[in-house]
Structures are given as C-alpha cells and as structure tokens.
Ligand binder design. Structure first.
Ligand code: ZN
Length: 221
C-alpha cells in the first residue's frame, strides 16, 4: 500500500514524502542493551522515502534475512525547509506534526555490517523499513522535552520511553541534522528508540502510541 502524509483527522498533507533522517543510540538504555557505546556526536543515517509504508491495516516484514527488530520512535514531520544554520525558532516553526513510528531493522544483517564497519542501508533502508501512522498536529504539543512513546506487542508493553530521556533533545537534534543535510517540507525525522527493542514475528498484534495523544493498532502481516 502506498504511503501519503496525512493528519489523524484524515486531512491530507499537501507536501510529498521526502527522506527520513534518523538518529541512532539517542537513549542511553538502548545503547547499553545492544552493547553499543554512547556516541560522542549524534549518529545519523537516512532512510529513503521509498521504504515508508503506512501502519494502518498492517505491514509486512522481510522473512528471509534474519531477525527484524522493531524500534518504536517519536517521528517529527517537517512542513518547511531548514538550512544549515537554522535557529531554534526556525526549527520549531518548521515542525508540522508528531507521530509514533517504527524504524524496522534487520538486526542480524546490521551486526555483520557493524563488524565490518560497513554502512547500514542493507539493514535500515529496505522496502517497508519505516512504518508511519498519520501525524498529530504540532499545535497539540507544548513541551517537546516531555513526549511519551510506547509500543505494546500481543498485550505486553515492550518499549516505554519519553523524549525527556533523549541524549540529543528534538530541537538541537534537528539543528544538527540541518547542519549536515538540507531538510525539506515532507521530510521525516526519527528521533531514536528507547530500550526494549526485539524481534517481530508474523502475526504480532501491536499498539503504537504517544500515550495521552494518539493510539494506533496494527499487525505484522
Ligand atoms: Zn532507530
């Protein structure tokens, strides 16, 4: 199913899907669970727009390339472009909405790539590797340093984080990203995953939420 940006009330968002700029190891507890050091500078990678699929109605995962890990993350939708020296105010003004997203990762493939010091596209950028629900308008969020995100699988809470725990908070993170890549309306930022990542199995039923703001049910097909 093809993806198009929209808000939770069903309003279509007019700008097209761009790229997905991601940060790795942005929660200390998650870096620890995978035995990774905490990076001294933000660890960035990009997923192409082609890997984005909608959450609603279920989504498919690859079944022949080892484990597919879920990473529940707060996604930020940009509605304006940002240049390399974007101010805090410009970043805030450019944010159109927030949503809980899934950064899917072929974890066994990633382990091999990491071992060899190779780039991550094979484990992070496959078709279906970014799962997005509709966005909630940024106007509903007062404090960007206190946004909860939670993933429940088959009735069990697996990830329960909050932007308060981020090593790089949302606004300075986006400034850092903009300093390295032009950001455009329609681009999505994935802000890193809290602890609790693990493998998906076909048939898993999940609830992905920004608790108190929005809640989506889906399943692994
Ligand atoms: Zn991630």
């Amino acid at each position: 199913m093809s993806y198009q940006h929209q808000y939770v009330d069903g309003t279509r968002i007019h700008f097209p899907l761009g790229k997905v700029v991601c940060i790795g190891r942005n929660y200390a507890e998650h870096a620890k669970e995978l035995d990774n050091p905490i990076p001294s500078e933000p660890l960035l990678f990009i997923k192409p727009g082609s890997c984005v699929v909608p959450l609603e109605g279920g989504f498919k995962i690859p079944t022949e390339r080892g484990s597919v890990h879920y990473e529940a993350e707060i996604a930020v939708l940009l509605g304006k472009s940002l240049s390399s020296n974007a101010s805090e105010e410009e970043v805030l003004d450019a944010i159109s909405g927030f949503a809980p997203a899934l950064d899917l990762t072929l974890r066994d493939v990633q382990a091999k790539l990491k071992e060899k010091g190779l780039p991550w596209e094979l484990c992070k950028s496959f078709d279906g590797a970014c799962v997005l629900p509709p966005f909630v308008s940024a106007a509903s969020f007062e404090d960007l340093t206190d946004i909860p995100v939670r993933l429940t699988i088959n009735g069990e809470v697996r990830q329960d984080g909050n932007s308060a725990m981020m090593l790089n908070p949302i606004v300075p993170m986006i400034q850092y990203m903009a300093a390295h890549f032009s950001l455009q309306a329609g681009d999505v930022i994935l802000t890193g995953t809290p602890a609790g990542v693990g493998p998906f199995t076909v048939g898993d039923e999940l609830v992905l939420e920004l608790p108190g703001v929005c809640r989506f049910e889906s399943r692994v097909l």
